[in-house]
Design a protein around this ligand. Structure first.
Ligand code: HSE
Length: 425
């Protein structure tokens, strides 16, 4: 049996899950990896905090050098999150010849390629399965299980917090703020939930998935991103009446030499495979030219699911070392694609209009004049003299949409463009 000493940076939720699995699944892990993992040091901020993990007090340290400069440590698990100082710690650990496993999507989406290069130069592994979609083995699947295919598209719900909020708004008619508060009380959402609700978390994740699937640089800055803060319970209700559910969707689509990467709230038909992911669950569809569609589904956050992904990476590294495999981290790059977000899509447009004869007809005419076809037009329950109208368009480009909205705004019977959302089929 080989022996591997582990240093863990951070002892929060994921690290606690990892410790539980290391103990509960010890026999399975050792049988499969032929390696005994020993947690020898853990970096924490507060040395006095009481922790429910089976570790002696002397294992804890507040000095990073005790781990990254410690010659006895073979593998560092980075679970402190955020870009700095995680970047400096991981870089130094790799340079010091230590393998690194991280769950840090912001770090990998920003510095992943550089860090993989450093890992390759130093003959050590850098793995980050837990950085995307918690317990779902999406990165390994893209790297190792769909290599026979040209990947055309990845589309997923990759943020559990926003999915929990949207599910509760839909099922219980909660307002956004109420559902967010509940998510925080239950520990799904952070005290500062901005990274989740503004779409940054999903943006980092789709950048990593695009890199792995398409061999393109991680273009976080080129991702068109929108969160869920402007989704109202009215939109969720109207979408439901029309047979849709609203989800925060992350997509990366390759078409010819173009790559489109977006994070946006969208209407999905209720029966869309990823629409089935409720609450903190995630789902990701991979479209390949031979596979057609496959979907991975599971918990996108939480101690044990995310801890499982971290541990899987550790086991893979141990097995590779056992089998004396050549160390290779970098994803093989493909010809550069032009990253843009000009793709055609369907839209849901909700307007508040004055409720009088001819208004719906006039608006339908405006869409027609701009060459935009309509899949459906519906008038929802009116209040006073205001009627909400919902238009669902056929696929159209963004320029045509901007032009039609400009003309709609000029029409005096339109009180407000209440919302515009993408529709996926
Ligand atoms: N905050 C993330 C989510 C989990 O809500 O999905 C960690 O990536």
């Amino acid at each position: 049996m080989k022996h591997m000493n582990i240093g863990i940076l951070g002892m929060g939720t994921v690290a606690t899950g990892l410790m539980t699995l290391l103990s509960d699944n010890k026999e399975i892990i050792e049988r499969k990896s032929e390696t005994e993992f020993q947690v020898t040091k853990v970096l924490v901020k507060d040395m006095n905090k009481k922790r429910e993990v089976p570790l002696q007090q002397e294992v804890f340290t507040s000095k990073i050098e005790d781990i990254i400069d410690n010659e006895e440590i073979h593998l560092v698990v980075e679970l402190i999150g955020g870009i700095h100082p995680a970047y400096e710690f991981v870089k130094k650990a790799l340079k010091n010849g230590k393998h690194v496993v991280t769950a840090n999507k912001a770090l990998i989406a920003t510095y992943g390629e550089e860090l993989e290069g450093i890992a390759d130069e130093n003959g050590v592994y850098l793995r980050y399965e837990a950085s995307v979609a918690g317990g779902i083995p999406i990165i390994n699947t893209l790297k190792n299980s769909v290599e026979s295919n040209e990947i055309k598209e990845i589309m997923g719900i990759v943020n559990g917090t926003t999915n929990y909020i949207l599910t509760q708004m839909s099922e219980r008619g909660l307002e956004f703020e109420e559902a967010l508060k509940e998510a925080q009380d239950l520990g799904f959402a952070e005290a500062d939930p901005s990274s989740d609700i503004d779409g940054d978390d999903a943006m980092y994740k789709i950048a990593i998935l695009s890199y792995v699937a398409f061999g393109q640089p991680m273009h976080v800055d080129k991702i068109c991103k929108e969160g869920i803060t402007r989704i109202s319970k009215e939109d969720i209700q109207y979408a439901k009446e029309l047979g849709y559910t609203i989800k925060l969707v992350a997509t990366a689509r390759k078409e010819d030499h173009h790559l489109e990467m977006m994070v946006y709230p969208a209407l999905l038909p209720m029966k869309h495979p990823i629409a089935l992911a409720q609450n903190e669950y995630n789902a990701v569809v991979i479209k390949g030219n031979g596979l057609d569609d496959i979907m991975l589904y599971g918990k996108g956050a939480g101690a044990l699911p995310t801890g499982s992904s971290v541990l899987n990476d550790m086991i893979e590294i141990a097995k590779n070392l056992r089998d004396q495999k050549k160390v290779y981290n970098r994803v093989k790059t493909q010809d550069p694609l032009l990253v843009d977000n000009k793709g055609h899509r369907q839209y849901y447009i909700r307007l508040d209009v004055i409720d009088k004869p001819g208004v719906m007809g006039q608006l339908t005419k405006i869409f027609g004049e701009h060459g935009i076809g309509l899949v459906s037009v519906s008038q929802l329950k009116r209040s006073e003299m205001v009627a909400p109208l919902v238009f669902i368009t056929y696929e159209t480009d963004q320029k045509m949409m901007k032009e039609v909205l400009c003309d709609i705004k000029k029409y005096s019977e339109v009180l407000k463009i209440a919302s515009i959302l993408a529709v996926e089929s």
